[in-house]
Design a protein around this ligand. Structure first.
Ligand code: NAP
Ligand code: GCO
Length: 262
């Protein structure tokens, strides 16, 4: 495809963003919608789903919402069938849904560990497995996995999350390797520290982690969901058709720096 600015357009495409009622997922869904895609999203909670539908409508974005749990393959397979009937075959999947548990590893129960791995790693596997057949049949597809700085680095109390996000980085590369021949591109976005409900406990006034992140980040600020919109449209569009298996870190430079001297 010859490059033009239309290469960034998502007109006529159907994008499924998981966990996209608010936070990073909503920002990504909104950006793909503004680029022309029809947005489909899920949430595990009906109330949040309704709020999300209202928010997309207010933003002037056509969105369809489904209550489902990314860890439940039966629910996901049924949801994909409903989407294909109600909206059409999915062109773009963004695996955004995720949780974190901040618990010292030796205090974490196997059940707590499994819950994080199940949602953050097995969920993206289940979602990708559900949409790939339709993408193969169509002869194109985009999968974007929302990874993390913890796909590269560890820190205290986030062992399960880092293990899941490290695995998600490798799942991204494996999907790229296994399905690239079908004109399917699978890439990751690795957000830095972003202002969302998930990081709210770290940003309370005076919390040492708040200033720590600002000092560690060359951009000298927390990221916002807005910062993720452009990179998401790029990886969802024809402008990135030869980018495959790449994790695009949107982190203000934090991964490139040992931090400023005090
Ligand atoms: P968030 O505010 O906690 O939102 C997470 C979303 O995922 C919520 O809509 C939640 O729905 C949904 N979800 C959770 N479990 C689910 C399940 N089993 N099935 C379906 N949906 C589920 O998180 P966020 O900060 O926007 O983060 C979104 C993604 O970016 C996550 O994968 C996170 O790991 C990643 N990330 C975040 C940051 C950051 O600094 N914020 C940085 C790097 C990566 P409910 O509200 O109904 O539970
Ligand atoms: C934490 C934060 C991080 C961010 C993000 C960084 O407790 O360290 O929640 O994990 O969510 O993943 O990229």
């Amino acid at each position: 495809m010859e490059f033009s600015m239309d290469s960034f357009s998502l007109k006529g495409k159907i994008a499924l963003v998981t966990g996209a009622s608010y936070g990073i997922g909503f920002a990504i869904g909104s950006s793909l919608g503004k680029a022309g895609a029809t947005i489909v999203f899920n949430d595990i909670n009906e109330e949040f789903l309704e709020k999300g539908l209202a928010a997309y409508k207010e933003a002037g974005i056509e969105a369809h919402g489904y209550v489902s749990d990314v860890t439940n393959e039966t629910q996901i397979q049924e949801m994909i069938k409903k989407i294909e009937k109600d909206v059409g075959t999915i062109d773009i999947l963004v695996n955004n849904a995720g949780i974190i548990k901040r618990i010292p590893m030796i205090e974490m129960t196997p059940e707590e560990w499994r819950q994080v791995i199940d949602i953050d790693l097995t969920g993206p596997f289940i979602m990708a497995k559900a949409v790939l057949p339709g993408m193969i049949e169509k002869g194109h597809g985009k999968i974007i996995n929302i990874c993390s700085l913890m796909s590269e680095l560890g820190r205290e109390t986030v062992s399960a999350y880092a293990a899941a996000k490290g695995g998600l980085k490798m799942l991204t590369k494996n999907i790229a390797a296994e399905y690239g021949e079908h004109n399917i591109q699978c890439n990751g976005i690795g957000p830095g520290y972003i202002e969302t409900p998930q990081t709210a406990p770290l940003r309370v006034e005076g919390h040492p982690f708040n200033n720590f992140i600002i000092d560690k980040t060359p951009a000298a600020r927390w990221g916002t969901p807005e910062d993720l919109k452009g990179p998401s449209v790029f990886l969802a569009s024809d402008a990135s058709n030869f980018v495959n298996g790449h994790i695009l870190y949107v982190d203000g430079g934090i991964l490139s720096s040992i931090g400023k001297q005090p």
